[in-house]
Design a protein around this ligand. Structure first.
Ligand code: PLP
Length: 398
């Protein structure tokens, strides 16, 4: 029997690493009568969001919008650019890299999966060595998850690009930015990425439902010769009509109104300011975790994620039981540990639409939850984060 509980007062704290909070401005923009997706009003909206996306991906190349979750954009990247039995090099950074790898195998690709311990980033030196050994250029693509949402580890994409260049290898570079775009500095053109995969529901501050491929000329040329079966995901049908602002099939019209608003918000704040904000909030969170005496899953401080922090539970304590206590008592959702780290870590999302007080409220909820769950820790993590945020306080311009 469905039991409806009384309305919990105050706002739910959605502090998972995506989907993230959707700002009221974006919700209001989505709240719009559905329009004719082949009429004149839509063409203007389509052109505007397609050109705004180029600014966000920092590219002059086409950005394709799919009415799909991020998984769809993963598939689109692979099926457009590659052929059956192609060899692909992927790095095991965590759960999402593993899912992308499984998808590649199920699509008929051969995958070499560089092993990882889920605590470190993709290693550019290992990638370079493997590419140098591939003198026959059998490897057709290197696929990297920029920010591994399961672990809170960010890989160094410019370093991976340099590794490919140093090996003088022609493989395409494909990058998953689902939990980095709009939160962490990212440059499709400057970093020489061939296909960037992204999703709407994290740094872009939208509900789930849109996903993206930014596609370099080299990737487009590869797609002319690739033979993996595709229809719905075909880039060319999109690219043929997108310059008019229209789509080959019914787009997610209302989400595109939201996208228009979200892009305006990101550009108004300034992308560099947005990235800086995420770094500050990530550092505040890590200071809290250290003050509690808990361990951060990411083992390499140079690769800490600005968009989320995965925290290891002390031996003998259940991360999921702790998260349930936090949800039940404080109406806050924290991210669960996924697959290999299930019940061993919890994840604090600090990406998207949040400010210093959202971060402090989140950390206070974690700290109170640790006490209620009987998890051994030192009190004072929230205080440590507050001190850091005070020291680095920023004036919010109006
Ligand atoms: N890649 C990364 C890095 C993700 O974080 C996610 C989802 O959280 C995905 C891929 C899959 O995207 P979706 O769940 O939107 O299909």
């Amino acid at each position: 029997m469905l039991r409806l509980s009384a309305h919990p007062s105050g706002r739910h704290f959605l502090q998972i690493p995506g989907p993230t909070n959707v700002p009221d401005r974006v919700l209001r923009a989505i709240d719009h009568g559905t329009i004719d997706h082949r009429g004149p009003e839509f063409g203007e909206l389509g052109k505007s969001v397609l050109s705004g996306l180029k600014k966000l991906f920092r590219t002059e190349s086409p950005v394709i919008i799919y009415p799909a979750s991020g998984t769809g954009a993963w598939e689109a990247a692979l099926v457009n650019a590659l052929s059956a039995n192609n060899l692909v090099l992927m790095a095991e950074t965590g759960h999402f890299a593993t899912l992308w790898k499984k998808m590649a195998v199920s699509l008929g690709l051969r995958v070499e999966f560089l092993p990882g311990d889920w605590r470190r980033a993709a290693d550019p030196d290992v990638i370079e060595a493997r590419l140098r050994a591939d003198t026959a250029h059998e490897i057709k693509a290197v696929c990297i998850v920029h920010n591994e949402t399961a672990t809170g580890v960010t890989s160094d994409i410019p370093a991976v690009r340099k590794a490919i260049n140093r090996a003088s290898h022609p493989a395409l570079l494909m990058v998953d930015t689902i939990s980095s775009l709009g939160s962490i500095d990212y440059r499709h053109d400057e970093w020489g990425v061939d296909v960037t995969v992204a999703g709407s529901q994290k740094g872009m501050m939208l509900p789930p439902g849109l996903s993206f491929n930014a596609v370099s000329e080299k990737a487009l040329a590869a797609s002319q010769k690739s033979d993996l079966r595709r229809s719905y995901w075909d880039w060319h049908a999109m690219i043929a009509i997108n310059p008019t602002g229209y789509f080959p099939y019914t787009p997610a019209t209302n989400l595109l109104y939201g996208l228009h608003e979200a892009l305006e918000m990101l550009f108004d704040e300034g992308l560099d300011t947005v990235f800086q904000r995420h770094k500050r909030h990530a550092e505040a969170t890590r200071r809290a975790v250290r003050a509690w005496g808990l361990e951060i899953l990411c083992a390499d401080p140079d690769r800490y994620s600005p968009s989320l922090t995965a925290v290891m539970m002390p031996e003998g304590h259940s991360a999921d039981a702790f998260r349930k206590i936090v949800l039940d008592h404080f109406n806050m959702s924290l991210g669960q540990g996924l697959s290999k780290v299930k019940d061993k870590v919890f994840r604090i999302g600090h990406l998207g639409d949040l400010n210093d007080l959202t971060v402090c409220g989140t950390l206070a909820g974690v700290e109170m939850g640790l006490a209620l769950a009987g998890v051994p820790h030192q009190p004072g993590g929230t205080r440590a984060a507050m001190s850091y945020l005070t020291e680095k306080a920023e004036v919010r311009s109006r």
